[in-house]
Design a binder for this molecule. Structure first.
Ligand SMILES: [Zn+2]
Length: 335
């Protein structure tokens, strides 16, 4: 694969030698898009680095309002900068900072969503958001042994996916504008994503790709993931079509009783009509590490997480490049 890629790159550079730098870049990008596989740009080495950094004891469980989550915020900002993302409309940095008072608390805290943007080539005003929450539960106040809720699967794995996909699409190019968001305070009640949703024109958002717990082998077996709210738009069907022949399969969320569609940040945008869904691989009904201090990076399977990120890239390709637009979500929630 690598050899073919280099040959094609050279060919693209040669044929474009008289043209401007911009058109050279464009032709190189189109050659890459046609020839290269997601595996070339999404590799398990980088995935492992993101995951182990975000889930390290140093981050102290990434609870919103703590020093631990501040370290995670800085890591994500530095990665966005290294990758070359721009800032979201109305913000002068990657941080969307706000104050709130958590439920069952009297103390107001300050926290921030971390947001980066890759402007689209031809459909700049049509947005696709790729998100995950970077907060988790923090630390136990007392006790013996491990006190840190590392949240490796929940949701350092998802943030790892957001970072890897940002790097991927920066290299591949994108027709629609992609907004990459690491949300805060999901564990306190989807607070970061709800705040984000209040400040946007939801009509501009054509799709939401949220990643939650993508580091463990699902009950459907290897090379599979499941999607929440599958029947609520045709987003999942589009992904299935794009994955045909790839050896990776997407299934509807099998845990209907868990009401998962409304339990992660995708819901904050789905409530505004955006076809916004969560990808996951974890058998949440039997996962013994869910919301436990044992949710450590070492319990995750690097192949599962890497292959799932690759599948999300491949599966959403036609949405990112503007060929497919999923149907809007219509909610009939009981109040
Ligand atoms: Zn989560």
């Amino acid at each position: 694969m690598k050899k073919i890629f280099i040959t094609l790159l050279a060919a693209a550079s040669l044929t474009a030698c008289d043209a401007t730098k911009k058109s050279t870049e464009k032709s190189v990008k189109s050659v890459i898009t046609k020839s290269v596989k997601t595996s070339f740009f999404i590799d398990s080495v980088r995935v492992k680095k993101h995951l182990y950094t975000l889930a390290s004891d140093d981050m102290q469980g990434r609870k919103s309002g703590t020093e631990g989550i501040e370290k995670a915020a800085q890591y994500i900002e530095n990665e966005f900068k290294r990758i070359g993302l721009t800032t979201f409309e109305g913000l002068d940095s990657y941080r969307q900072t706000f104050n709130f008072t958590p439920r069952r608390s009297k103390e107001e805290i300050t926290s921030a969503n971390i947001i980066g943007v890759l402007e689209g080539n031809s459909k700049k005003e049509e947005f696709v958001i790729i998100s995950a929450h970077y907060d988790h539960l923090g630390m136990k106040k007392s006790g013996d042994g491990d006190l840190i809720y590392n949240g490796a699967n929940d949701d350092a794995s998802g943030v790892t996916g957001v970072l890897a996909l940002a790097e991927y699409f920066k290299k591949i190019g994108n027709e629609r504008t992609i907004v990459f968001a690491a949300f805060t305070a999901e564990e306190m009640g989807l607070i970061g994503s709800t705040y984000f949703g209040k400040g946007i024109d939801a009509a501009k958002f054509v799709a939401g790709i949220n990643l939650e717990m993508i580091g463990k082998t699902p009950s459907f077996g290897p090379h599979t993931a499941w999607l929440t709210g599958f029947e609520r738009s045709n987003f999942g069907k589009i992904v299935q079509k794009n994955l045909e022949g790839s050896g990776y399969q997407l299934f509807p969320d099998p845990y209907k009783n868990f009401n998962l569609f409304f339990r992660s940040d995708n819901a904050s945008l789905a409530r505004l009509g955006v076809p916004s869904h969560t990808f996951s691989t974890t058998a949440i009904d039997v996962d013994k590490d869910y919301h436990q201090v044992s949710d450590e990076a070492s319990t995750l399977n690097m192949s599962v997480i890497t292959q799932t990120i690759q599948a999300v890239a491949k599966g959403t390709e036609s949405i990112i490049d503007g060929r497919d637009t999923p149907t809007r979500v219509v909610l009939k929630e009981k109040k």
